[in-house]
Design a protein around this ligand. Structure first.
Ligand SMILES: Cc1cc2nc3c(=O)[nH]c(=O)nc-3n(C[C@H](O)[C@H](O)[C@H](O)COP(=O)(O)OP(=O)(O)OC[C@H]3O[C@@H](n4cnc5c(N)ncnc54)[C@H](O)[C@@H]3O)c2cc1C
Length: 455
């Protein structure tokens, strides 16, 4: 039996962040992981998909090179080389993370863990006891009844990101973040892509204006999509997969990617037996990520907060600090930045217009078109920065569409989280010509002193 201040079950974003911060604060920490340190984000999520998207961007750049006066042409994708590049990025980060965990003297335990008492996790017949236990077992890709994932014709993101070929045609079931990112990648790689989304719009968690702009951009890129109609069934044949929708229409393609969301990994590992309260499989927690059992905490994709790596990091850090007695502030989930890394990118922080109105704010809006921004013209991207603000008050939400706008979130989230007014931001000088200038211009316009905008 080994005794620790902190036992962390699951070495993904949430778990390893808790372990690293706990160790930094002088706690003795055991971190248990059955697969690879880094979890979904590093090995099957954020990092590999963004590498694929970057390869897609280069493919598109080569297609459009002549628009910039460069003689080049797109010939084909070499998926073996794409995967080597992607795996190289992952492997470098994986090694770095392993080194970091080692350097903080964390006891790293490989194996499947099971919660066998409120303060004990058992791994390979060995018990690890902690004054505190953090559950961080993450999530798995969901499917729908009647859809059997075979890994070749009907796949989830896990198989899709390891494809060694470019499918001729793909149906992407689900127009959320993961679905839109893969649609973007495959379109760039040369596949014919159709997205099927049961909700009325793509990236439905975003402000309606962002969905509209993304849809317009996807149409221009010849990414097909059907919204507002639900999946009914799918049949496979040697020729591919045919999907039938509830309105009777059918769509056929070589491959069907099922991207209908992710479910929490919370069953069969002792959580129920220890009486941990759950709702539809998600562990219920208070605003400091405490479960109903004293000394047991839960972070990341297994709790019903936004399933994002940086949310997992923030929750892990908060819990470690709470355990160490630092009394950190609870997380304001409205202030979490969100990016869909498709081309164009969709990025936001804060409230959409609809949510701000639901919450009773007297809302004013301003949309700054990237057509007025020098750098956007140089990049030949279009889109906008939309501000949602309280009348005579702070910025409530910032919603952006365009190439590389995800990089503008750093400023957007400071504006939101510091409850800045448009006039506070308007006085800051933004470098010219950058995309970030559009952030300054939008706030100048909302503050009543537009520069490169009519009004
Ligand atoms: C395709 C895709 C793209 C994504 N892109 C982004 C993005 O761009 N940005 C972003 O912020 N988020 C992104 N995400 C989401 C992000 O990956 C997750 O929110 C994040 O990984 C959640 O962290 P976690 O620690 O809760 O879980 P995970 O990362 O899933 O880690 C849980 C870990 O627990 C381990 N585990 C489970 N059960 C046991 C057990 N019994 N014993 C021992 N170990 C166990 C697992 O092996 C795993 O390593 C993406 C996800 C996917 C699928």
């Amino acid at each position: 039996m080994a005794d620790f201040d902190l036992v962390v079950l699951g070495g993904g974003s949430g778990g390893y962040a808790a372990a690293l911060r706990g160790a930094q604060l002088g706690l003795s920490v055991a971190l248990i992981e059955k697969d690879k340190l880094g979890g979904t984000c590093l090995h099957r999520g954020c990092i590999p998909t963004k590498a694929l998207l970057h390869a897609g961007e280069i493919a598109d750049n080569s297609r459009h090179a002549s628009e910039f006066g460069v003689n080049a042409q797109f010939i084909s994708m070499d998926m073996v080389a794409v995967n080597a590049y992607k795996d190289g990025v992952v492997s470098k980060l994986h090694k770095g993370l392993q080194g970091l965990v080692k350097s903080r003297n964390i006891t790293y335990v490989e194996g499947v863990g099971r919660l066998v008492s409120p303060n004990t996790v058992s791994v390979n017949g060995e018990n690890y006891t902690g004054k505190n236990v953090i559950l961080a077992t993450g999530s798995y890709p969901r499917t729908l009844p009647g859809l059997d994932i075979d890994g070749t014709q009907i796949v989830t993101s896990e198989e899709a990101m390891a494809f060694t070929h470019v499918p001729k045609s793909v149906i992407v079931l689900g127009g959320g973040v993961i679905g839109c990112e893969f649609a973007s990648v495959w379109n760039s790689f040369g596949s014919e892509v159709t997205i099927i989304e049961g909700l009325p719009r793509l990236v439905a968690l975003e402000d309606e204006s962002s969905s509209k702009q993304l849809e317009r951009a996807f149409r221009k890129r010849k990414i097909n999509f059907v919204t507002g109609v639900r999946f009914a069934s799918a049949t496979k044949s040697a020729a591919g997969v045919t999907v039938t929708l509830e309105d009777g229409t059918t769509h056929s393609a070589d491959v069907l990617l099922v991207a209908v969301g992710r479910g929490p990994v919370t069953s069969g590992i002792g959580y129920e037996e220890q009486g941990i309260a759950m709702d539809r499989g998600y562990i219920t927690v208070d605003d400091k990520c405490r479960t109903n059992i004293p000394g047991i905490w839960a972070v990341g994709d297994i709790i019903p907060t936004l399933q994002l790596a940086h949310v997992g990091f923030a929750e892990g850090i908060m819990v470690a600090e709470e355990i160490a007695g630092l009394n950190p502030r609870p997380i304001n989930y409205d202030g979490v930045p969100k990016v869909t890394y498709s081309e164009p990118e969709v990025a936001s922080v804060g409230l959409s217009t609809a949510v701000a109105k639901e919450r009773g704010y007297d809302v004013v809006e301003l949309s700054y078109d990237l057509a007025g921004n020098g750098k956007a013209n140089i990049l030949k991207t279009s889109g906008s920065i939309k501000l949602v603000a309280q009348k005579n008050g702070p910025i409530l939400g910032i919603h952006m569409v365009g190439s590389r706008v995800g990089e503008l979130l750093a400023e957007a989230q400071l504006i939101f989280n510091w409850e800045a007014d448009a006039s506070d931001v308007a006085q800051h000088i933004h470098a010219h010509p950058t995309l970030s200038e559009a952030m300054g211009e939008a706030h100048m316009a909302l503050a009543g002193k537009p520069l490169h905008a009519h009004g």
